[in-house]
Design a protein around this ligand. Structure first.
Ligand SMILES: [Zn+2]
Length: 174
């Protein structure tokens, strides 16, 4: 049985690490994915990456529609063939309350593995492509705070400062 996991928040340094490729497609990995889906639904998110639950491995789960049949897991994802660019609002379960407009590629291709180690190759545009990019960023230690422009940084300065203070206090008790 895998250990229970919980979502970690900015500015936890584990969110800034480059995560390692997954080589073992075993029961622990499947259980971790199930736990991540449960947390994602609980927090009403559309995606969650393993580093957000303090596991620095290259996997994310997502569901762009809220329908259970649209649950997707991507292991060792690689994005390519990016086309176009568009701005859209994003949030992040590791940066509570932040909503910020981010430029992303409009369309791209993903090559990944599923939980059984089988190859996945898909193309998507718009919202799904945006989630792929946000979650793949997590696997590379990149957060919305690294993507947002100077105006958004100023606008959200106090929110980020509050999270930093909260993290410092937590550090003293755990
Ligand atoms: Zn995020």
């Amino acid at each position: 049985m895998a250990e229970p996991v919980s979502i970690i928040s900015y500015p936890d340094p584990r969110l800034k690490k480059v995560s390692a490729p997954i080589t073992a497609f075993d029961a622990d990995l499947r259980e971790l994915a199930q736990q991540m889906f449960a947390l994602m639904r609980l927090e009403k998110g559309v995606g969650l990456a393993a580093p957000q639950v303090a596991r620095n491995i290259r996997m994310f789960v997502m569901n762009a529609t809220g329908n259970p049949e649209d649950d997707r897991v991507y292991v060792n994802p690689e994005l390519s063939e990016a086309e176009g660019e568009e701005e859209g609002e994003e949030g992040c379960l590791s940066i509570p309350e932040l909503r910020v407009k981010i430029f992303r590629s409009r369309k791209l291709r993903i090559v990944a593995k599923d939980l059984e180690g089988k190859s996945i190759e898909e193309s998507a545009e718009g919202y799904v492509a945006r989630i792929w990019q946000h979650e793949t960023d997590h696997l590379n230690g990149i957060l919305l705070t690294d993507r947002m422009g100077p105006v958004a940084k100023i606008a959200n300065r106090s929110l980020l400062k509050d999270l930093e203070e909260r993290y410092k206090k937590q550090g003293k008790t755990t």
